[in-house]
Write a protein that binds this ligand. Structure first.
Ligand code: DX5
Ligand code: ZN
Length: 221
């Protein structure tokens, strides 16, 4: 059963509470919180995403899937742990060595949070294989991290298939989340390739009716 983690990056701050109520009513599986520090990626969404996480934590029951696009994940994790994040994903490209990756994995687990590792388009999927036994999810980026509304990178499909086969061959049961340029066309290929969680942003947030957009994606399975 495919899950949908909707990115709230495009939600306007002034009507964010209403948007979160509407997303919850549309029965999304997660709120996808895109945290950007202006260093790892050009955009800085830290204050906006801290505000959104607080609001979601306050008014919603739907779990939070926090995507850290930050140079120093340990510098921000505590805030999102305190806001009740269900899962927190950090980028393999932000970690200078294996010790750093394992430090963040262990810290998140010790704080009762599910762990994801994100892989940018230019990073080989094999880079994360050694960590799969210790995490709950791999987030395969299908756009260059840093902004919404970008075009889906087609080569991601093969990356998802490769990861899925590696997990099957080694009996690893983890989520494969795909993030960037997800819509009612790209979602079909991504699901067929083996994704278990889709991260649509603009496709949902720009829709007249969130329910219809979410329903359309679920029907592709
Ligand atoms: C990009 C973010 C994605 C993005 C998805 O850096 O990680 O979550 O907001 O938005 P769309 O679906 O518009 O590409
Ligand atoms: Zn994201």
């Amino acid at each position: 059963m495919i899950e949908i983690s909707t990115s709230v990056l495009d939600v306007d701050e002034e009507n964010s509470v209403q948007a979160f109520y509407n997303l919850e009513t549309a029965k999304i599986d997660y709120f996808h919180i895109d945290v950007m520090d202006g260093i790892f990626v050009e955009n800085n969404t830290l204050l906006k995403m801290k505000d959104f996480a607080l609001k979601v934590h306050t008014i919603a029951m739907t779990p939070m899937d926090v995507h850290l696009m930050v140079k120093d994940p340990m510098s921000v994790v505590d805030y999102f742990i305190d806001q009740g994040a269900d899962r927190i994903t950090f980028h393999i490209e932000a970690c200078e060595n294996k010790e750093k990756v394992l430090e963040i994995i262990n810290y998140l687990k010790e704080n009762g949070v599910k762990v994801g590792i994100a892989v940018s388009p230019d990073t080989n999927i094999e880079e994360v294989y050694e960590y799969i036994p210790f995490v709950h999810m791999i987030l395969v980026m299908s756009v260059v991290p840093g902004k919404g509304g970008q075009k889906f990178i087609e080569s991601t499909i093969d990356k998802i298939k490769t990861l899925k086969k590696y997990c099957e061959d080694n009996n690893y049961e983890i989520d494969i989340e795909v993030d960037g340029g997800i819509n009612d066309v790209t979602a079909k290929d991504v699901i067929e390739a083996g994704a278990t969680i889709l991260v649509p942003g603009r496709y949902v947030i720009s829709a007249d009716n969130y329910n219809d957009a979410i329903k359309k994606l679920r029907e592709l399975e």
